[in-house]
Design a protein. Structure first.
Lengths: 532, 151
C-alpha cells in the first residue's frame, strides 16, 4: 500500500510572526513632546524677555546712581537678566560719567584760563579719583573718555594762550604807537627847532615800531599799513589840537580865527580825509566850549564871593548905623575896599545925612513890621520913616533871629504864603503901598493869631506843625470874614427896609427897591452857603 | 533709489496698517496649517484601517486554503484505505488525527498573527489621527506666539 498523503506534505507549518507592527504611538508621543517643547520654548522666551526688561530697568537705575554693581561675566553669559542689566548699567553709567566729566572739565578749563600745566594737573587729579571709584569693568572706557576730553581741552587752552600772547603784544604795540604819537604831536606843536628835529627822530621810531610788529606777526601786513596811516593822521590831529590849546592859552589868541584858517588849509591839504577833518573841527570847537564853560564858572564863583562879602559888609554897616557908631569915612573905606554894596552904602549915607527917623514909632507901622518881619528885608525896615532907630534896631535883630528859627524854615514861609493866598493877597506883597488898610488889618490879625498859635507849641514841633496851624487860622479867618460880610449885608437890608417904610413906592422907585432887596437876599444866601 | 524712496516713505507712514495686515496673514496661514495637519492625521489613520481590513481578509483566505488542504489529505488517506480493503483504524486514524491537529495548530497560529497585525494597524490608525491633532495644535500655538510677537 502506497504511503498516504499527509497534511504536512501539502502545507508548511504556520510560524508565529515575531515582527512588531509599528502602532504609531512613538510618533504620537513625539508629537506630544514637540507640542510641550513649543510651550516650553514660548514660555522660556517670554520669561527671558521679562527678565531682560527688568534687568535693563534695574541696570539703568543702578548706572545712574553712580554705583552700577555689574554682574559677573558668567552670569551675564548665562542670564538674560544679567546681560540686560549689565548693558543698561554700563550705558547709563557712562552717559552720567560723560556728563559729569564734561561739567568738571569745562569748569577746570575755565579756571585754568591759559595755564595748560595747571589744567593738566587738576584734571589729572579728577581723572585719578574718578577711575579709582569706577567699576573695574568700565575703567578702560572711562579712561578713554578722559584722554579725549583732556586732549581737546589742552588744544583749546593752547590756542587761547597763543591768542592772549598775541593780544598782549597788540596792546603793547598800540600803546607804544599812542605814546609815540603824543610825543611827536607835542614836539611838532612846539616852535623850538630842536623839538622839531626830535619829532622827526621819534617819527622814525614810530615807523620802526609798527614795522617790527608786522615782522613778528603781531600785526598783519594790512593792519600794519592801516596803523601807519592812522598814526600819521593822529599825529596831525594832535599837533593841531596842541597848537589850538596854545592859541587858547594865549591872551591875544584868536581861536575862532585859528579854526577858520584850519578849514581853509584843509581845502587844499590831503593830510586828513574829510570825515577826519570834520571830527577834528568838532574836537577843536568842543575844546573851545569847554574853556568857555570853565571861564564862566570862574566868573560865577567870583560873583558869589563878592555877594557874600557885600552881605557881610551890609550887615556890619547897618548894625553900626543903628548903634550910632557909623561914620561917613567908614562907609567910604568899605566902598573902596569893595566890602559893601554901593546901593546899600548910598542908603546908609542918606540915613546918616538926613537923620530920617522919628523919636517914637507909629504903632500901626510898628505892628505891621513886627508881624511881617520875614516878608520884608532889612533895607525896608531901615528906610521905614515911621519907625524909630531903637525899633528898627530891635526889629532887624529879631528878624535875623527869626531867620534862624522856624519862621525862616520852608514850612514856616509856606504857612505864611498860604495865609496870604487864602486872603486873596499876593504872597510877599504886604509892604506894597497899594495894599488897602482893610487887607493889611485883616492880614495882621491872621498873622498875629498864627504866630501866637505856633509859639504856644513846643519848640521842636513848631516847624513841622506850622502849615497845619496856618490851615486852622485860614479856616477861622475866612469863616469870620464871611460871617462878618453876612452881618453887614443884613444890616444894609434892614437899612433899606427902614428907609422905604411908610413910603408908597411906585413905578421905577418900586422896581429899584425890589431889585435892591432881591440882590441883597441873593448875596446873603451865597455868603451863608460859603460860611457853611 | 528714486523708486524705492516713495515706497519707503509710504511704508513708514502706514507702518501700523502693515503690521496689522501681517498679523492677519500669519493668523490665516496658521489656521490653514492647523486644518492640513489634522487632515493628514485622519488620512493616515484611514490608510491604516484599510490595511488592517486587508490583513483580515488575507487571513480568512489562508484559513480556507488550509482547510481545503486538510480535506484533500484526509480524502486521499480514506481513498487509499478503501482501495486496499482496510478500514480506517489503527495507524491510519492516528495519522488523520495528527494532520487535523497540525491544521488546527496552523490555524491558531495564523489567527494569532493576524489578530496581532490587525490590532497593531488599528492602534497605528488611532495614533496617526492623534498625532495629526497634536501637530495641528502645536502649529496653532506657534501661530499664536508669532502673532503675539507682532503686536
Amino acid at each position: 500500500m502506497a504511503e498516504p498523503l499527509r497534511y504536512r506534505d501539502l502545507a508548511r507549518p504556520s510560524l508565529v510572526d515575531t515582527t512588531v507592527v509599528d502602532d504609531g504611538s512613538a510618533g504620537r508621543l513625539q508629537a506630544l513632546a514637540n507640542t510641550f517643547k513649543s510651550f516650553e520654548s514660548a514660555a522660556a522666551g517670554l520669561g527671558g524677555q521679562l527678565a531682560a526688561t527688568r534687568g535693563a530697568r534695574e541696570g539703568a537705575a543702578a548706572g545712574a546712581s553712580g554705583n552700577p554693581a555689574l554682574k559677573s561675566d558668567l552670569r551675564a553669559a548665562t542670564s538674560k537678566y544679567a546681560a540686560a542689566y549689565n548693558n543698561a548699567a554700563t550705558r547709563s553709567y557712562l552717559v552720567q560719567a560723560e556728563a559729569d566729566l564734561e561739567d568738571t572739565a569745562a569748569r577746570l578749563e575755565q579756571e585754568a584760563g591759559t595755564n595748560a600745566a595747571g589744567f593738566q594737573q587738576s584734571f589729572g587729579k579728577v581723572r585719578q579719583e574718578t577711575l579709582k571709584a569706577a567699576p573695574s569693568q568700565l575703567r578702560d572706557m572711562l579712561d578713554e573718555m578722559f584722554v579725549k576730553r583732556q586732549g581737546s581741552a589742552l588744544a583749546r587752552i593752547g590756542a587761547a594762550a597763543v591768542q592772549e600772547q598775541k593780544d598782549i603784544a597788540r596792546k603793547d604795540t598800540q600803546e607804544g604807537v599812542m605814546r609815540s604819537v603824543d610825543r611827536i604831536a607835542n614836539m611838532r606843536a612846539s616852535d623850538d627847532p630842536a623839538q622839531l628835529a626830535a619829532a622827526e627822530e621819534e617819527d622814525i621810531k614810530l615807523t620802526l615800531l609798527i614795522d617790527s610788529a608786522v615782522v613778528d606777526g603781531t600785526l598783519s601786513a594790512a593792519e600794519g599799513e592801516v596803523a601807519h596811516i592812522n598814526a600819521q593822521r593822529a599825529v596831525v590831529k594832535q599837533t593841531v589840537v596842541a597848537r589850538f590849546k596854545r592859541e587858547l592859552d594865549n591872551p591875544y589868541g584868536n581861536p575862532l580865527k585859528f579854526i577858520e584858517r584850519l578849514r581853509e588849509m584843509n581845502k587844499t591839504s590831503e593830510a586828513l580825509p574829510p570825515d577826519e577833518e570834520e571830527k577834528l573841527n568838532d574836537a577843536l570847537l568842543s575844546e573851545l566850549r569847554e574853556r568857555n564853560a570853565l571861564a564862566s564858572m570862574g566868573a560865577e564863583q567870583i560873583r558869589a564871593e563878592r555877594q557874600q562879602r557885600y552881605n557881610d559888609g551890609n550887615r556890619t554897616a547897618t548894625a553900626a548905623l543903628l548903634a550910632g557908631t557909623l561914620k561917613q569915612s567908614d562907609l567910604l573905606k568899605m566902598v573902596e575896599d569893595d566890602q559893601i554894596d554901593p546901593d546899600t552904602a548910598r542908603t546908609l549915607q542918606n540915613e546918616l545925612s538926613s537923620g530920617n527917623s522919628v523919636q517914637k514909632s507909629d504903632p500901626r507901622a510898628l505892628m505891621t513890621a513886627e508881624v511881617n518881619l520875614l516878608e520884608v528885608d532889612e533895607k525896608d525896615i531901615l528906610t521905614n520913616p515911621n519907625l524909630s532907630y531903637a525899633d528898627k534896631s530891635r526889629l532887624i535883630l529879631k528878624r535875623r533871629e527869626d531867620e534862624q528859627g522856624w519862621r525862616g524854615s520852608i514850612p514856616g514861609r509856606e504857612a505864611v504864603d498860604r495865609i496870604d493866598r487864602s486872603l486873596g493877597l499876593v504872597p510877599g506883597s504886604i509892604m506894597n503901598a497899594a495894599l488897602s488898610d482893610i487887607d493889611r488889618t485883616k492880614r495882621d490879625r491872621a498873622m498875629t493869631e498864627f504866630y501866637n498859635e505856633v509859639q504856644a507849641l513846643p519848640p521842636e514841633e513848631r516847624e513841622t506843625k506850622a502849615i497845619a496851624v496856618a490851615e486852622q487860622v485860614i479856616t477861622k479867618v475866612i469863616k469870620d470874614t464871611t460871617q462878618q460880610k453876612v452881618n453887614e449885608m443884613r444890616a444894609r437890608r434892614e437899612q433899606v427896609l427902614r428907609a422905604a417904610a411908610g413910603k408908597d413906592l411906585k413905578g421905577a422907585a418900586k422896581k429899584e427897591f425890589d431889585d435892591q432887596i432881591a440882590n441883597l437876599d441873593k448875596r446873603i444866601q451865597q455868603a451863608e452857603q460859603a460860611a457853611k | 533709489m528714486a523708486v524705492a524712496a516713495p515706497i519707503m516713505a509710504w511704508a513708514a507712514a502706514n507702518a501700523g496698517t502693515i503690521a496689522l495686515a501681517s498679523a492677519g496673514a500669519t493668523l490665516a496661514a496658521g489656521g490653514l496649517s492647523f486644518v492640513a495637519q489634522r487632515n493628514a492625521g485622519i488620512a493616515q489613520a484611514n490608510q491604516m484601517k484599510a490595511q488592517a481590513a486587508r490583513e483580515g481578509d488575507a487571513a480568512r483566505q489562508r484559513e480556507i486554503e488550509r482547510k481545503r488542504t486538510l480535506l484533500r489529505a484526509l480524502s486521499q488517506q480514506s481513498a487509499n484505505a478503501g482501495a486496499a480493503g482496510v478500514t480506517m483504524s489503527g495507524s491510519l486514524v492516528a495519522a488523520a488525527r495528527t494532520d487535523i491537529r497540525d491544521a488546527a495548530t496552523d490555524l491558531l497560529v495564523d489567527r494569532s498573527n493576524t489578530r496581532s497585525q490587525v490590532n497593531g494597524l488599528t492602534a497605528a490608525a488611532r495614533n496617526a489621527r492623534r498625532q495629526g491633532n497634536l501637530q495641528a495644535v502645536g502649529s496653532l500655538f506657534d501661530t499664536g506666539v508669532r502673532v503675539a510677537g507682532m503686536m
